[in-house]
Design a protein around this ligand. Structure first.
Ligand SMILES: *Cc1c(COP(=O)(O)O)cnc(C)c1O
Length: 479
């Protein structure tokens, strides 16, 4: 595929910018650039073809199966986008007088009410822009809580070894020391190991439940109560909320603060598909530390509340507002019964896939799973040299997105599958056949998998080189 710079032809141009509708501003001379930027010069059809070609090279939920474990790549209903495109939502500005945006503010209060009901929390802020940002926000709140009580010796956050990498990263960014707890042979938190690291320096625990192996922690109440008894707070990584929404609530499991991945559980686009949202829900004890501003109703008007103890602002204005409109549309469409049914179907689909693959593949923590499960290709690799990476690359030849790889790190040669509730049985059956066929081929003709993919535009890339020496800038010929 040609780069946009390679399509460029000097003097060719197009005019797709609208007319200036605000007074022209003059850039002070010292800030004016001396050399004009080297922009590609292309016609409007060329631009259109460029982006269409790029779009065709990507794989999204609208293209096919996308079982990226822990990422919950569910279908994003188009109705959500229609609602987010309403002029009443798109043509407003955060600095507009409050009485003119009461409807928009009710999106926050309505969604807060619903999501607090789902999570068992008392309050929620929508400022954080993604899950990891929510973690950071919640840890800042946990820190502020301890400091406000003069309890400054609490410097440690306990995190199980199966946790998402963002958990220890967020804790470190807030200045906490992270303490790792190993999992037991069932893939769950080892209670004895946990007890051994809890102390009067414990600020809190970060836990994903169901965990990254797709297993619901059987000792969840004991785990959270051990932390509470030691004076710490419990943080729930809500990335795996999908299989439990409408069924059980983090708030009832002993958690004080949770983040949600709106772009995972609540069906708004991910990553390149659009901005995310990682709201934080908390119990009453943490209310005053929530980021400023917080929507409340006063004198029959929705206004912004500012707390003296707030950790401050973590995002410009109020977060990604239109993502919340999409999420509100989703929860209103499903209703409480629908949400529960979605969760149960996610669990059913994952178990159907797991049960159908378990005779062919090694599933280290077998038994009923929640929304996802993990396969290990350790033995296959030993026998044939075909690794999890090779298997994933082979899937690309069949227009099937690979599952999450090499995560959790507690499983060697891991492939983590999360089909989600929006896949049909026919799709799952096709995928089961493909996985079995590829496994057989790995045994018979391993070279084919070792050199895959064969039918994609870009074949096997040197991943280390791509990560270490990325080329991010076009090199013009005469430079
Ligand atoms: C996705 C995920 C996160 C981080 O969420 P982002 O929205 O990608 O920042 C954290 N924890 C777990 C378990 C996740 O799956």
């Amino acid at each position: 595929m040609k780069l946009i710079f390679e399509r460029s032809f000097e003097g060719r141009f197009n005019d797709i910018l609208p007319k200036l509708d605000v007074p022209a501003a003059t850039v002070p001379e010292e800030h004016q650039r001396v050399i004009s930027p080297r922009l590609p010069e292309v016609s409007q059809p060329e631009i259109s073809r460029h982006y269409t070609a790029l779009a065709k090279e990507t794989h999204g939920v609208n293209d096919g199966f996308y079982p990226l474990g822990s990422c919950t790549m569910k279908y994003n209903p188009k109705l959500n986008d229609e609602m987010a495109g309403l002029k009443g939502f798109t043509d407003i500005h955060p600095l507009q007088p409050l009485e003119t945006v009461q409807g928009a503010l009710s999106v926050f209060t309505e969604l807060e009410k619903t999501l607090c009901e789902v999570t068992g929390m008392d309050h929620m802020t929508f400022q954080p822009a993604a899950g990891a940002h929510g973690e950071l926000t919640a840890l800042l709140m946990i820190k502020a809580y301890h400091v406000s009580r003069g309890d400054t010796k609490r410097t440690k956050i306990i995190i199980p070894d199966s946790a998402h990498g963002t958990n220890p990263a967020s804790a470190s960014m807030v200045g906490f020391e992270t303490v790792n707890v190993p999992s037991n042979e069932k893939g769950c938190v080892d209670l004895e190991a946990l007890k051994a690291v809890i102390g009067d320096d414990t600020a809190g625990l970060m836990l994903t439940n169901p965990n990254t192996l797709g297993i619901f922690e059987p000792n969840i109440l004991e785990i959270t109560s051990l932390i509470h008894k030691a004076g710490g707070l419990n943080y729930y990584d809500g990335a795996n909320l999908n299989p439990i929404m409408g069924v059980v609530r983090p708030g009832d499991m002993g958690f004080d603060v949770v983040h949600l991945n709106i772009h995972k559980t609540f069906s708004t686009p991910h990553g390149g598909g659009g901005p995310g949202s990682g709201p934080i829900g908390c119990k009453e004890v943490l209310f005053n530390f929530l980021p400023t501003d917080y929507p409340v109703v006063a004198d029959e008007m929705r206004v912004w509340h500012q707390s003296q103890k707030s950790i401050g602002r973590v995002k410009a204005f109020y977060g990604h507002f239109l993502v919340m409109v999409r999420a509100l549309t989703y929860v209103k469409t499903l209703g409480s019964d629908g949400m529960k049914e979605a969760a149960m179907t996610a669990v059913l689909n994952a178990n159907y896939l797991r049960a159908s693959l378990k005779d062919t593949f090694e599933i280290p923590y077998d038994g009923l799973c929640m929304h996802e499960f993990v396969i290990s290709l350790k033995d296959l690799k030993k026998e044939t040299a075909v690794s999890a990476l090779d298997f994933a690359k082979s899937l690309l030849d069949y227009d099937v997105h690979p599952p999450t790889m090499y995560f959790p790190m507690t499983v060697p040669e891991a492939l983590m599958l999360e089909p989600t509730e929006t896949e049909t049985k026919e799709t799952l059956d096709e995928v089961i056949t493909l996985y079995r066929d590829l496994h057989e081929r790995a045994l018979k003709e391993p070279d084919e998998l070792l050199s895959a993919p064969h039918h994609t535009t870009i074949k096997r890339v040197d991943e280390v080189k791509a990560a270490r020496h990325p080329i991010l800038r076009y090199a013009f010929k005469n430079e």
